[in-house]
Design a binder for this molecule. Sequence first.
Ligand code: COI
Length: 363
Amino acid sequence: MAPIVSRPLLPLAPHLKQAVASYQRQEPLGFGQVMAPVMVRADYSNGEWSMPELVPYQGLTLDPACKSLHYGQQVFEGMKAFALETGEGALFRPQMNLARLNDSAARMAMPAVPSELFMQSLESLVWHLQPMIPRGPNESLYLRPLMLATDVGLSLKPSTSYVFLVIASPSGGYFAAGKVTALIERRDCRAAPGGTGAYKVAGNYGAGIRADIKATQRGCQQTLWLDAVHKSYIEEFSGMNFFAVVDGELCTPSVSDSVLRGVTRDSVIQLARGRNIPVAEKPLHIDELLAAIKRGLCAEMFACGTAAVITPVDALAEIDGTTYEVPPSTPSSLSLILRDQLMAMQTGRQVAPDGWLHRVGHT
Ligand code: COI
């Protein structure tokens, strides 16, 4: 059967086809725990990218003095492929991930990944890994494109060679079932103006881990980050964008150079506006939000991102144990309505706006 894609697919070696065919799902699936036996690889040197290839998933040989290990020239994306009822696989808004990957690369003085290389890699991986796309509720094939610098040498200079990879992981939901409480981080900062917070750069996430450990020790599942200048304005969670429904308005921090331009964030805004729900992208002062919660004006909070989809957040907490709870979510909560709509679009059960669902399937 011919795939519905506009470019040739990369070939998969027979032994790798066999490895995919013999995949046995593990229980519980978890998130990002199981890796597909195939990945994409392309190399950049002398100003050019090689043709991407489907290769066995295996360790990389990196020189201990390579620049990505020392100076963090590394960028990545988070994407998902979904199983449609027709049996096809589908990507969700892949052009947005490509654009953001290249914005991240530009910020880190790395080369752009050409659209053809990116799309051919993703389509080929999804086509060949179709038997590994899980079909349960909240399940998908999580895809991680990444690029890292491979020049050897300890001088602080941009690398001239890079490797681009796409790895894949059959995955379930990001959060374990149960309440989600986020600890407000009042000491560390995740991102500063002019820095890399708006990009998918490994260092942003690494800089948040210490606070995440503290949050876990306090019984919280997430960290809520404030801006670096005033330590007052909400920016995002460690790996997701922030939304709250305050006084009937869906509010989210405006994007800035320290807030990620989330693909799910953008989808949530479009879906909410499509329902005539007022949406405000604006600076959100933490004190004002806490006051709104205390006065019962904040009906909901949620986190959204590729991995997290849309996850209700039940409470915010301070380090001294004070908590601010919003009413428990119900099937009529906006977060759950939008989540159902988004997931129905991602799996082809509901028509999505033009260009959102990118089918990689059988004719
Ligand atoms: C994603 O949502 O795809 C991310 O990259 C966030 C990560 C913390 C899982």
